[in-house]
Ligand binder design. Structure first.
Ligand SMILES: NC(=O)c1ccc[n+]([C@@H]2O[C@H](COP(=O)([O-])OP(=O)(O)OC[C@H]3O[C@@H](n4cnc5c(N)ncnc54)[C@H](O)[C@@H]3O)[C@@H](O)[C@H]2O)c1
Ligand SMILES: [Zn+2]
Length: 335
């Protein structure tokens, strides 16, 4: 078992990673908690024991259930059970469950502690770590939310045994990103160690910049094009799959701008292909449309903004030349 601390002063917490990590749950529930509301989805394979009296509250699967209506339903169920601020919420599931459970915990009685038991690869290396919680509106994803750090996180790699192949692919797209955020050779690591290292990388960045005013933006490596592909919304691409394409694109763009050499671009292509993900733009992609969408990226500070690799590692680069952006798009394969 590997324990990683997310360093946030008095809000610091531990993330326990490895096979059987779920047995550490009771030790992560804050001392003195009397009852636990377990929030999960049907079909999530987690028999968990928070060590105190608990009740299970199920929410629906699919982004349409990541809504204020679901949060209202949960909070009403908490109230009906008589949950108080002396109690605790435990989210057991992927990023959808932990985002919703975290937001319900942040809001109900103005804030209850929450512990996450993450059951997807994407959740373990990304969604469950760092304290971003929230729900979607019909107008857009994750538009209502709060920063609410958990009291602890469990990443039990045994629970990944039932993860569907497409969910693996999504998690691996996000994992590919971490290969380039530090000099680590993630490829040589066994899965639990690799997940733990991704958690550690994210924890260090979040510890530095909890509310995304600086370094936390580096976690958006590969995401500028990925978001544009997702918003264009004509492609059957999930987030992690779009990030894989976006990573290779970011490498091609950095190469175009003279920031990295061809061998480094090849490293990006190799990591993505080792995870059996496509680096191609989906057939029917319209370069002009993608550039327009990238200009509107909510993370864009000035002009076309990208996180790009370079001699000093990855960094945020603003005002990237539109013609370089188009030229790099033209180097991408299509399928
Ligand atoms: N808070 C953050 O920082 C952050 C970061 C990244 C993503 N997110 C959010 O996370 C969500 C995506 O998370 P996700 O990719 O984990 O998807 P998800 O939570 O929707 O889970 C995908 C599917 O897998 C099922 N599932 C989960 N664990 C399983 C298991 N062990 N075995 C079998 N089936 C299982 C779920 O029931 C669901 O149907 C999005 O809503 C996204 O906005 C949040
Ligand atoms: Zn992402």
């Amino acid at each position: 078992m590997i324990t990683i601390n997310v360093p946030l002063g008095e809000r610091s917490y531990d993330v326990v990673v490895g096979p059987g990590a779920r047995h550490a749950l009771a030790s992560l529930v804050p001392a003195g908690v009397k009852r636990v509301a377990v929030v999960t989805q049907p079909g999530i394979p987690a028999e968990i024991d928070p060590g105190v009296e608990h009740r299970v509250f199920e929410i629906g699967a699919g982004e349409e259930h990541k809504s204020l209506a679901t949060v209202e339903q949960l909070c009403r169920s908490f109230a009906a059970w008589g949950l108080t601020r002396a109690d605790c919420v435990v989210g057991v599931g992927g990023g959808l469950v932990t985002d919703v459970a975290g937001f319900a915990a942040a809001s109900y009685h103005r804030g209850l502690p929450v512990v996450h038991v993450s059951t997807t690869l994407l959740g373990m290396i990304d969604a469950a770590i760092g304290g971003k919680t929230g729900v979607n509106l019909p107008e857009g994803k994750n538009l209502v939310g709060a920063f609410w750090q958990p009291s602890g996180v469990v990443c039990d790699t045994d629970l990944l045994a039932t993860l569907p192949p497409r969910e693996w692919a999504c998690g691996q797209g996000e994992m590919a990103k971490y290969h380039f955020l530090t000099g680590d050779d993630l490829q040589s690591m066994a899965l639990p160690q690799r997940i733990a290292r991704c958690v550690e990388i994210k924890a260090a960045i979040v510890g530095d910049d909890e509310r995304e005013s600086g370094r936390r933006a580096l976690l958006n490596y590969g995401h500028t094009l990925a978001h544009a592909l997702e918003i264009a919304n004509r492609f059957d691409l999930r987030h992690g799959e779009a990030v894989a394409v976006g990573l290779v694109y970011a490498a091609e763009l950095a190469h175009h701008l003279g920031r990295i050499d061809a061998a480094r671009v090849a490293d990006h292509r190799r990591v993505v292909s080792d995870y059996r993900l496509s680096a191609d733009l989906p057939a029917g992609s319209d370069a002009e449309e993608l550039v327009t969408l990238m200009m509107r990226d909510k993370k864009a500070l000035r002009g076309l903004t990208f996180v790009l690799d370079g001699p000093q590692g990855v960094e945020v680069v603003t005002d990237v030349d539109r013609s370089a952006v188009l030229d790099a798009l033209a180097t991408m394969g299509t399928s």
